[in-house]
Design a protein around this ligand. Structure first.
Ligand code: CMP
Length: 140
């Protein structure tokens, strides 16, 4: 299995409830290493650009409003099969459908305020990591 990197975001609903440490523990316990991390507040422009792939979806406007509503933590997770592993740890996009023990089941509030984002494929991981981090920010 290859060592991969994936982009993770701890969303405003989770930072508001002081859950950053608890969520990071889930990642570390799953064998994912936090090799870069920064807390920031997205501008509208940044949110629209980051989620541009969803621009035609009915939830895009609300999603961008939500993602700019408070601080987020952007991070790079590294490990064996990191993209799929992170998606397992996060659980289904909709917390109502997420498996027991996943981050979204335990912390997510609804399909929008679902606590975390994770890249869905190697190509999107590369683009999403480069959106927030330069190579020298990532220390493996
Ligand atoms: P995320 O992994 O950040 O990618 C896009 C986000 O859009 C998704 O998580 C959800 O939080 C949000 N979203 C809001 N409504 C929907 C929906 N109906 N279907 C999928 N994603 C949605």
């Amino acid at each position: 299995m290859a060592v991969e990197r994936t982009l993770s975001i701890i969303k405003p609903d989770a930072t508001a409830r002081n859950l950053t440490g608890k969520i990071n523990t889930r990642f570390e316990e799953a064998g994912l290493r936090l090799v870069a991390q920064r807390r920031l507040k997205l501008t509208r422009e940044q949110a629209e650009a980051f989620y541009a792939v969803h621009a035609e979806r009915p939830f895009y406007n609300d999603l961008c409003t939500y993602m700019t509503s408070g601080p987020i933590v952007v991070q790079v997770l590294e490990g064996e099969n990191a993209i799929a592993r992170n998606r397992e740890v996060m659980g289904n996009t909709n917390p109502a459908n997420a498996a027991e023990g996943t981050i979204r089941k335990d912390f997510g509030q609804n399909i929008e305020a679902n606590s975390v984002h994770g890249s869905d494929a190697p190509e999107t991981a590369a683009v999403e990591i480069a959106f927030f981090f330069s190579t020298c920010d990532i220390v493996g």
